[in-house]
Design a protein around this ligand. Structure first.
Ligand code: PHE
Length: 362
C-alpha cells in the first residue's frame, strides 16, 4: 500500500478525512483478501491485524491528526478493526468445517452399519439340502402341512386304531363342519411326518418319481432332541427295478455331500408299516465325536427312517407294485443340521428359542 508508506515517511499534520479514506481502503483490501482465503486464518490475522499491518501503521498516525479530529478517527480505526476481526472469525469457522478431521468430526471414519439379518439356520439348511438333491435329479415339492388322516396314516398301511400310530404322537384337529362320505376325508391332523407326501405325489401319475418333500411336522414331544414343530425332508424314488442298493447310494451321496467324506453312517433294521424292509439311519455324532453325550447317548444319532415302499402303499397311490417299486426315506432337518461338522449344538430347542445372540452366530 503505497499511500501508507507515504504516511509512514510523512511526519506533518494529516487531515482526518485523508486518514479515514485510507482506513476504509485498508478495510476493503483486507475483506477481499479474507474472501479469497488464499492463506489460512492465522496468517491472515497476523498480516491484517498484527503490529506490522497497514491498519497498525495507520493507527500510529493518529498523533499527526489534529487534536479535535482524533476521537472521530479513533472510532473509525476501532470499527475497521472489528469488521476485519469478524470476517476473520467467519473464515475460521469455515476452515474448521472443511478440515473437520482435525476437530470433532472425522469424515474418514467408517459409518455405523445398520443391523443386517440373515435366513434362519433351518431355512439355510433347507436350501442346502434342496441343492444337494437337485444334483442327482430330485426336485423339491410341497405337500400340505395340515392333511387328511388318509394321507398321514391310512394310505401308509396304518388303518384307524393301528398301534403303530402311537409312535407319531399326533395333534389331530377339529375339522369345521361334519365329515362327508368320502372315506379319504374323515379326520385331519397337523402332519406328524412328511410321509403324507408319498401317496399325494404318486397321485400326480407321473413316473418315475424323484421327490424331495420338505415340510413342517408336528408331534407332542419336547426335550433335547425333540421340538413339537420341526422339519423333515422326505426322499422318494419310484421306478422299475429299484433296489436297496439305490437307497444306500442315495443316503451315501447325501451324507458325503452334506457332512463331508469322513462321516460314518449305519443302517439299522427297523419296522415301519409303510416300508418293507425298513431301516433307521444313524450318523456318528459330531458333538461328542462318537464317545456318547447327552444328545446322542451312545455315539450315534438317529437321523432318518427309510425302507422299500410297501406294495399296499403303491397300490393306494394307484401304482402297480408288480411293475414299479421304490424307496422312501424321511429325515429330520434340525437334527441333520445339528450333526453338521462344527455346529456343536446339543439341544434342538435352541434353534427355536428366538434368541438373537444365538442365531447371529450362524
Ligand atoms: N415317516 C417316518 C418317520 O417320521 C420316516 C420314514 C419315511 C420311514 C419314509 C420310512 C420311509 O419316522
Amino acid at each position: 500500500m503505497d499511500d501508507t508508506k507515504n504516511i509512514k515517511e510523512h511526519t506533518e499534520i494529516i487531515g482526518a478525512s485523508n486518514i479515514i479514506g485510507l482506513l476504509l481502503e485498508t478495510q476493503q483490501d483486507a475483506l477481499s483478501e479474507i474472501e479469497r482465503a488464499e492463506k489460512n486464518e492465522n496468517d491472515l490475522r497476523l498480516e491484517l491485524l498484527g503490529g506490522k499491518s497497514d491498519l497498525a501503521l495507520l493507527a500510529k498516525k493518529i498523533k499527526n491528526v489534529p487534536q479535535a479530529d482524533r476521537a472521530q478517527v479513533g472510532t473509525v480505526i476501532n470499527q475497521v478493526k472489528q469488521t476485519i476481526e469478524s470476517a476473520l472469525s467467519s473464515l475460521k469457522a469455515r476452515e474448521s468445517v472443511a478440515t473437520g478431521a482435525k476437530t470433532d468430526f472425522d469424515v474418514t471414519m467408517p459409518g455405523i452399519l445398520p443391523p443386517e439379518g440373515h435366513l434362519h439356520i433351518v431355512s439355510q439348511a433347507i436350501s442346502e439340502i434342496t441343492h444337494i438333491f437337485e444334483k442327482i435329479g430330485f426336485s423339491r415339492v410341497r405337500h400340505p402341512e395340515v392333511d387328511w388322516d388318509w394321507f398321514a396314516f391310512e394310505s401308509l398301511n396304518m388303518p384307524a386304531n393301528h398301534p403303530a400310530r402311537d409312535e407319531w404322537e399326533t395333534f389331530f384337529i377339529d375339522y369345521p363342519g361334519r365329515p362327508g362320505h368320502d372315506p379319504h376325508k374323515q379326520r385331519m391332523a397337523l402332519t406328524p411326518h412328511t410321509s403324507n407326501g408319498q401317496v399325494r405325489e404318486m397321485g400326480k401319475k407321473v413316473l418315475p418319481i424323484r421327490m424331495i418333500n420338505i415340510a413342517k411336522c408336528y408331534r407332542r414331544q419336547s426335550d433335547v432332541s425333540h421340538v413339537p414343530m420341526f422339519h423333515q425332508f422326505e426322499g422318494m424314488y419310484i421306478d422299475k427295478n429299484v433296489s436297496i442298493g439305490h437307497l444306500k447310494g442315495f443316503i451315501n451321496f447325501f451324507i458325503k455331500q452334506y457332512f463331508g467324506p469322513d462321516r460314518k453312517f449305519r443302517l439299522r433294521p427297523f419296522h415301519f408299516q409303510f416300508t418293507e424292509p425298513s431301516f433307521e439311519v444313524d450318523i456318528s455324532c459330531d458333538v461328542c465325536k462318537g464317545r456318547g453325550c447327552r444328545l446322542c447317548k451312545e455315539g450315534w444319532l438317529e437321523l432318518a427312517g427309510s425302507g422299500m415302499i410297501h406294495p399296499n402303499v403303491l397300490r393306494n397311490g394307484g401304482i402297480d407294485p408288480n411293475q414299479y417299486n421304490g424307496f422312501a426315506i424321511g429325515w429330520g432337518v434340525e437334527r441333520t443340521y445339528m450333526m453338521k461338522a462344527g455346529t456343536r449344538l446339543d439341544d434342538i430347542r435352541l434353534l427355536y428359542s428366538n434368541d438373537i445372540r444365538f442365531l447371529e452366530q450362524f
